[in-house]
Design a protein around this ligand. Structure first.
Ligand code: ADP
Ligand code: MG
Length: 277
């Protein structure tokens, strides 16, 4: 029996957020954006645009130097530690390269998605005798990896590691999914299937999904809203059908090469851009 979709949580937003790293580099400059409950948003932009920094800021892994973060109606940085810990249980940040312990078995790496719900004792016991093997297998099956359940993580290819990190998300109870280039190590067929599984999982739990993507064609094909980030600033934040070739050219600018000229037709331009990126 399918479980009912949970009630949506309040929206989240960041307002005038600036993030400056310890070496003085400003990675985000006064970024403002709002995320409605259940929204699915792609962040695109050239390397160094601030995509990873933005996701880490939304995940409360980075504290902004200025501006305000609001997650489900709460300011994480004014919460006491215990409440911040509870809030982090509703967020899931999937780094581009998931941190998997080399000697850990895949089943335990996936079940780590349950850690926020388990007591320390349950977590320890699960390392010896995994607690929810069927759930881990089902999550891996979404990414065509169910046959790797008992393999050690250091035996996996890069693309398999990436998919184990995504399967972990399906075991979590997060309501804000923050995925940093989640399919960068996958071939196009697997990438499409993995994004479909993640988008369906988000719909099933009325979770909000924010995904940074290198592949503009995937962003355009699969996401109703695209945010273009460049130099730490939001260049555009638009429904996909309003993202045009001039905006994409401005977003990627010199990365497309000095010789890039506006091509003759819109379709040609889009094809050329999405092939290049
Ligand atoms: P993207 O994910 O779009 O490639 P990042 O968020 O990783 O961009 O980086 C944005 C900018 O911040 C880049 O100029 C990058 O070099 C810099 N940066 C990222 N992480 C750090 C860090 N830990 N210390 C200093 N600068 C960093
Ligand atoms: Mg990045």
């Amino acid at each position: 029996m399918l479980s009912p979709v949970p009630a949506p949580l309040p929206p989240s937003s960041i307002d005038g957020v600036t993030v400056t790293y310890a070496d003085g580099r400003r990675a985000l400059a006064e970024v403002t954006l709002a995320l409605g409950p259940g929204e699915q948003v792609a962040i695109i932009g050239p390397s160094g645009a601030g995509k990873t920094t933005l996701l880490a800021t939304l995940a409360c892994a980075l504290r902004p130097s200025a501006g305000r973060v609001d997650l489900f109606g709460q300011d994480p940085w004014s919460l006491p530690d215990s409440a911040l810990h509870a809030l982090r249980g509703s967020l899931f940040l999937a780094p581009q390269v998931p941190p998997l312990a080399p000697r850990q078995r895949v089943v335990n790496a996936v079940l780590a998605g349950r850690l926020p719900q388990w007591t320390a004792w349950e977590a320890l016991r699960s390392l010896v005798r995994p607690r929810e093997i069927a759930a881990a297998r089902d999550a891996l099956a979404q990414f065509r990896l169910e046959d790797k359940l008992f393999l050690r993580c250091d035996r996996l290819s890069g693309g398999e590691r990436q998919r184990v990190g995504l399967a972990r998300l399906l075991l979590s109870q997060a309501r804000l999914f923050l995925l940093d280039e989640p399919v960068s190590a996958l071939d196009p067929a697997l990438a499409g299937a993995a994004l479909e599984a993640l988008q369906q999982a988000a719909r099933d739990r009325a979770a909000t999904l924010v995904v940074s993507l290198h592949a503009v064609d995937l962003a355009l094909a699969r996401f109703p809203r695209l945010i273009g980030l460049r130099g730490g600033k939001v260049l555009f934040d638009l429904p996909r059908d309003q993202v045009d070739d001039a905006q994409l050219a401005a977003l990627y600018g010199s990365e497309l090469g000095e010789s890039f000229q506006a091509p003759p037709t819109e379709d040609d331009a889009r094809r050329k851009l999405t092939r290049c990126l």
